[in-house]
Design a protein around this ligand. Structure first.
Ligand code: AMP
Ligand code: TRP
Length: 364
């Protein structure tokens, strides 16, 4: 078991903030209380995870475990911002959790949990909604793209406050996310700064770990689009982490290329070919130019890409199958993670409530 983490600053009996919370290093958000960087991220279980999720997110999460105190969760509450079939949501949430573990997240070293099993997320989200402005929420690009209709769920509008709560509850200093989430992490920063200014220093202000070099995998059938887990299950250009080998081979064989026949890395002029080169390069950690030098035809490139993708996913699929064989063990892992997350989140939530003037439950 991981050693117990040092608690953050505490609220004194009069509701004031104790001295440790005014430590300038803390208020600048440079260091979480343990001295180790605290990394937190989550994935919304809105579809079966893709090769893009693995290369752009999960693989990065796994590599963070050695250097940081990690919190990785399944953002099942976020999935409710759009309509979901309840049974499918439950399956996807558990499948995503199993894929976290199968990909190498170690529940002993990292705190792996389901967001809905830690009620503090919703509680803090409400407090943050009470500090956020409708103007700033209305400016969120994702809301403007996906929402804004009379039938849009209200939770899609307030969702960035829930995401800010996810981050601030664990005093995360670093939040690895894809570029489309940068604006939400920036909002979490803004809300933390505002809260600290208005109510006294309460939250660590996260830094934005910009995903400049992070992998971005495009849809094989439409290389202008991101390979997305929320595409229809039948989407021909989306490789799922659990796709069997023949399905992966078929999807790559049918990947859109172009008609000039030259294997060359040129994302603007040759997006399909460049995406296949990128996929191989992400997996092998080489530059796309090195990959280009090793293949001379589209056929060879597709064969190389298929082999690499299958090699990277096959061991994960094997571990996933083992986890599937014992569903109770996965639930135990999640219960353990949720317990640890609740323990971490409780003092931060209590501090935020007290700072806003909500009376304590009982005398401390
Ligand atoms: P999403 O699937 O958009 O909810 O994103 C969940 C995580 O996976 C984020 O950290 C994304 O950056 C990452 N991700 C999703 N799709 C891709 C993709 N096609 N290429 C690279 N990373 C991705
Ligand atoms: N909104 C993120 C996504 O759709 C998932 C997410 C929810 C998240 N809460 C988070 C990511 C907190 C990082 C930190 O990809």
């Amino acid at each position: 078991m991981r050693p117990t983490l040092t608690a953050g600053p505490t609220v004194d009996k009069t509701g004031g903030i104790s001295a440790s919370s005014t430590d300038p290093a803390r208020s600048a958000g440079e260091r979480p209380p343990t001295g180790r960087a605290r990394v937190l991220s989550g994935i919304t279980p809105s579809g079966p995870l893709t090769l893009g999720n693995y290369l752009g997110a999960l693989r990065r999460f796994v590599s963070e475990q050695d250097r940081a105190d990690c919190f990785f969760f399944i953002a099942d509450l976020h999935a409710l911002t759009t309509p979901q079939d309840p049974r499918r949501l439950r399956e996807l949430a558990l499948q995503t959790a199993a894929l976290y573990v199968a990909s190498g997240l170690d529940p002993q070293r990292s705190t792996v949990f389901l967001q809905s099993q830690v009620p503090a997320h919703v509680e803090l989200a409400y407090l943050l909604e009470s500090t956020a402005y409708v103007g700033e929420l209305g400016r969120m690009i994702q809301f403007k793209q996906k929402g804004g209709q009379p039938g849009t769920r209200a939770s899609l509008f307030t969702y960035p406050c829930l995401m800010a709560a996810d981050i601030l509850l664990y005093q995360a200093s670093s939040v690895p996310v894809g570029g489309d989430q940068d604006q939400h992490v920036e909002l979490a920063r803004d809300l933390a700064v505002r809260f600290n200014r208005e109510y006294g220093v309460t939250f660590v202000v996260p830094t934005l770990a910009r995903a400049a070099l992070a992998a971005r995998v495009a849809d094989l059938a439409d290389p202008a689009a991101k390979m997305s887990k929320s595409a229809p299950d039948s989407a021909p250009g989306v490789i799922r982490m659990l796709d069997p080998e023949p399905v992966i081979a078929r999807k790559i064989a049918r990947a859109v290329t172009d008609s000039d026949g030259e294997v060359r890395y040129d994302p603007a002029a040759k997006p399909g070919v460049s995406n296949l080169l990128d996929i191989v390069a992400f997996i092998t950690d080489e530059s796309p130019d090195v990959v280009t030098a090793g293949v001379s035809t589209y056929r060879e490139l597709k064969a190389e890409c298929t082999g690499r993708v299958v090699d990277v996913l096959a061991p994960i699929q094997r571990r996933y199958a083992e986890l599937q064989a014992d569903p109770a063990a996965l639930l135990d892992v999640l219960a353990f993670g949720a317990e640890r997350a609740r323990t971490e989140a409780a003092p931060v939530l209590a501090r935020a409530k007290a700072a806003m003037g909500l009376p304590p439950l009982a005398r401390a």
